[in-house]
Design a protein around this ligand. Sequence first.
Ligand SMILES: NC(=O)c1ccc[n+]([C@@H]2O[C@H](COP(=O)([O-])OP(=O)(O)OC[C@H]3O[C@@H](n4cnc5c(N)ncnc54)[C@H](O)[C@@H]3O)[C@@H](O)[C@H]2O)c1
Length: 399
Amino acid sequence: MSESKLRVGVAGLGRAFTLMLPTFLKDPRIQLVSATDPQPLACAQFERDFGAQCVDSVEDLCARSDVQVVYIATPHQLHASHVELAAAKGKHILVEKPMALSLGDCDRMIQAVKRAGTVMVVGHSHSFNAPILRAYDRIRSGEFGSVRMIHSLNYTDFLYRPRRPEELDTEQGGGVIFSQAAHQLDIVRLLGGGLVTSVTARTGAWDPQRPTEGAYSALLSFANGAFASLSYSGYAHFDSDTWMEKVGELGQAKNDVDYGTAKRRLATVQTHEQETALKAARNYGAPDWKSNLDSKLPSKHQHFGPLIISCDKADLRPVPNGLWIDGESESRLFEIPAPIVPRQEVIDELYNAVLFQKPVLHSGAWARATTELSLAILESARGDKTVLPKYQIEPTHSL
Ligand SMILES: NC(=O)c1ccc[n+]([C@@H]2O[C@H](COP(=O)([O-])OP(=O)(O)OC[C@H]3O[C@@H](n4cnc5c(N)ncnc54)[C@H](O)[C@@H]3O)[C@@H](O)[C@H]2O)c1
């Protein structure tokens, strides 16, 4: 066992795991040593792919001495208890977004990790994307003056992809506010300075067959005077990847013939059970699972929709192949070479924190502040009021 590898145990071998899989496979700093999932087909696939043993529960996974980091990719509502189990066994943690569904759960997670003295990184979120981090870096250099205004927009078919029943129930973390706003808020907070002072929002739950929020618009004010508008539609007919050079969220080229696929596929099922089965059938190890172990990696960076950051001296646009900067005297694309390891920035943060004690940007406190804003969007829309957050923090380090 090499000293320089992080030995990772995976809790939850579903969709999020498959999205991180190319990262785990390509990054030489990662070794997958064990996993757990109630789905036997997923466990069997993991054992075949990695020659590593699956165990029966998260408790058993955390008890293993060869697991150094637990990657928690279970449904949102389980994140808090799974973080507590991992921390209690002295493990480092990578936990998927959203961190949790309540500030109380975020606090439990932060306290558990503090007691253990281990590292917790909350991610992946799209604020790890290289073009976003490049924009963050350039803004922090001060060369463009202050950030004044941010616009972030995303139009997708999110609500019509196959879902588990709880993914369509807001109280259980369903809808776009927990799953999708977590990405958009993380990006906007990072670029706007982190300290949001007010949130005014409207949400839309327009499809009675899928009774959760599928859309929102939010206006955020920052302590530094900047403001940001965020809009998301998971009901969209228009696909805003069209404005991102027809590159999809994962950096993949989009094909016009795929237009409307989610709704067509959903039309083949009638009940929640059938829909859950449809989702599960494409999961890791299931009959319709298409292995991405050997597939060619996307040549563009991941993104979360069109984004413009207006500063005193320039407008910045993170795009799939770099960062556009429209400045005082020139308009220029600063290209960022295609990623060799997708989402490598997540592993950079985890690895540097575990091995070299570098501060974590996407920490528990950072992700609690993002969760606070997701909850604020819901509260503002439900109560027709402006919400004043209390747990906001600035980004903690320069890259
Ligand atoms: N960062 C991203 O791009 C991204 C993408 C998708 C999902 N996610 C996040 O990942 C999490 C999981 O979502 P998903 O879409 O993968 O859901 P999913 O249903 O596809 O996968 C969840 C998996 O967890 C397993 N599971 C359930 N209870 C478990 C338990 N007690 N112990 C171990 N495994 C258990 C399920 O069997 C399933 O395989 C969510 O919090 C979601 O927000 C993040």
